[in-house]
Design a protein around this ligand. Structure first.
Ligand SMILES: Cc1ncc(COP(=O)(O)O)c(C=O)c1O
Length: 434
């Protein structure tokens, strides 16, 4: 029988060009990829097809919270896959129940719905909000300028950055954007149709901008006053990255009035599975006198792969390791030192580095405008992409956010020595382009 699609050529040579050629021919070119191909990793180290080692400070964009090839993730995967990989959500299984219980313990009274990605988790929150406001004809969700909420059609409508919507109009209705950290702007933007406000605790793709305590507390008051849902996107900033399970817990630490703060819904993904795909949203038990966590009843929301035994067993193990090894404390301590070191570099190279921000191991450093950095001015790529390229040459992986910001979102078990290695590389690159 003749095959319709010819079999792919075997990858006989473990070389970059061979791998890249496969992508050039067969993979939808929707990503701007760097000229690197990787074969394996261990902890915060990864090796490319040439056998060259890199220090991974990007963490798969805040995903590999235990680093690469963590033996306990492998063990959980192997053990659970021998028992039960998937069973339909028509039935019960223990790992999903246990993971939901663990997330409720870490956040507050409520329930959890499991999905597969951050974008899908946010879609669930959008549906929750629409269901909440449905009988009153309210459906509009306010989100923040510079936010990022995923690449689904509703996700790009929610995202407060025009460039993600361009070319995909008409935009899904029901979303409006207001300046971040500006409570009065949110208040002024409310309409009779508004049903919810959605924010990231720390804007990630937007360039690592934490919400202020006053903003979060003010949003909570505003939502209580106007019968709105306060929704938080914890996809990138959640899962202990900031030093607490959710970023609002860190931001409101020790802030008067912050003790009892809870949003009405939180989306999660990325580090939740430590590299294994899983997303989720938590929904508060009660809001505005309604049993919010009961709103999405049988038949109203579903996804085939949501919360499989395999995904949940891995996520449970990830949580167990983070708590046992006190990785939230590590994120806080290492993050504080890393931030201080980057501030030192900012003072040393003010013409190149203009600022550092973030919490725990969610850190962004800002570069001067490209035209002001002589060595980068004539390059075609943005300043951030060129700086990231140079860090690759120095053996370190980082993630650009927009034209001028570089993100560090490493594993939560990053060591002091690895951090020092990363700082030395950034110092060397900053010195070279200054
Ligand atoms: C804050 C935030 N929300 C949602 C998403 C979308 O998640 P996913 O890519 O898993 O759909 C991302 C991804 O970067 C994110 O950073």
């Amino acid at each position: 029988m003749q095959e319709i699609v010819p079999p792919p050529p075997p990858v006989v040579r473990n070389e970059f060009e061979t791998v890249q050629a496969l992508f050039q021919q067969y993979v939808v070119p929707s990503y701007g990829r760097f000229e690197l191909a990787f074969t394996r990793g261990s902890g915060s180290e990864v090796w490319d097809v040439h056998g060259r080692r890199y220090l991974d400070l990007g963490g798969g964009i805040a995903v590999n919270c235990l680093g690469h090839a963590h033996p306990e993730i492998t063990e959980a995967l192997v053990t659970q896959s021998r028992r039960l990989i998937h069973i339909s959500n028509l039935y019960y299984h223990e790992p999903q129940g246990r993971l939901a219980q663990a997330l409720v313990r870490l956040i507050g009274p409520g329930r959890v719905f499991f999905a597969n990605s951050g974008g899908e988790a946010n879609e669930g929150l959008f549906k929750l909000a629409r269901r909440f406001g449905h009988d009153e004809g309210r459906f509009e969700i306010l989100t923040a300028v510079n936010s990022f909420h995923g690449r689904t059609l509703a996700g790009i409508a929610a995202t407060g950055q025009e460039r993600f919507r361009k070319g995909f109009e008409p935009t899904t209705p029901g979303f409006r954007h207001v300046p971040f950290n500006d409570l009065e702007a949110a208040r002024a933007a409310l309409s009779p149709a508004t049903v919810a406000i959605l924010v990231e605790g720390v804007q990630g793709e937007g360039g690592i901008t934490p919400a202020t305590p006053d903003y979060l507390l003010g949003l909570r008051r505003l939502c209580d006053e106007k019968k709105l849902l306060l929704l938080m996107d914890g996809v990138q900033c959640g899962h202990f990255r900031t030093g607490r399970f959710q970023s609002f817990q860190r931001i409101l630490e020790g802030v008067p009035g912050g003790e009892g703060f809870l949003p009405d819904g939180i989306s999660m993904a990325k580090s939740l599975g430590g590299g294994f795909p899983i997303g989720a949203f938590w929904v508060r038990a009660q809001a505005h006198g309604v049993g919010l966590s009961e709103l999405l009843g049988p038949g109203l929301h579903a996804t085939t792969y949501g919360g499989t035994p395999l995904a949940c067993a891995v996520a449970l193990r990830v949580l167990e390791v983070i708590e046992r090894d006190r990785l939230a404390d590590n994120a806080r301590q290492i993050g504080a030192w890393l931030k201080a070191e980057l501030e030192r570099l900012t003072a040393r190279f003010p013409g190149v580095l203009t600022g550092v921000r973030g919490l725990g191991l969610m850190i962004g450093f800002e570069l001067a405008p490209k035209e002001r950095i002589p060595a980068l001015a004539s390059g075609e790529k943005t300043a951030a992409a060129q700086f990231v390229d140079r860090l690759h040459q120095a053996g370190v992986l980082t993630v650009p956010a927009g034209p001028q910001i570089i993100r560090l979102l490493p594993a939560l078990n990053l060591t002091r020595a690895q951090t020092a290695e990363g700082v030395a590389a950034i110092e060397a690159v900053a010195g070279a382009v200054a």
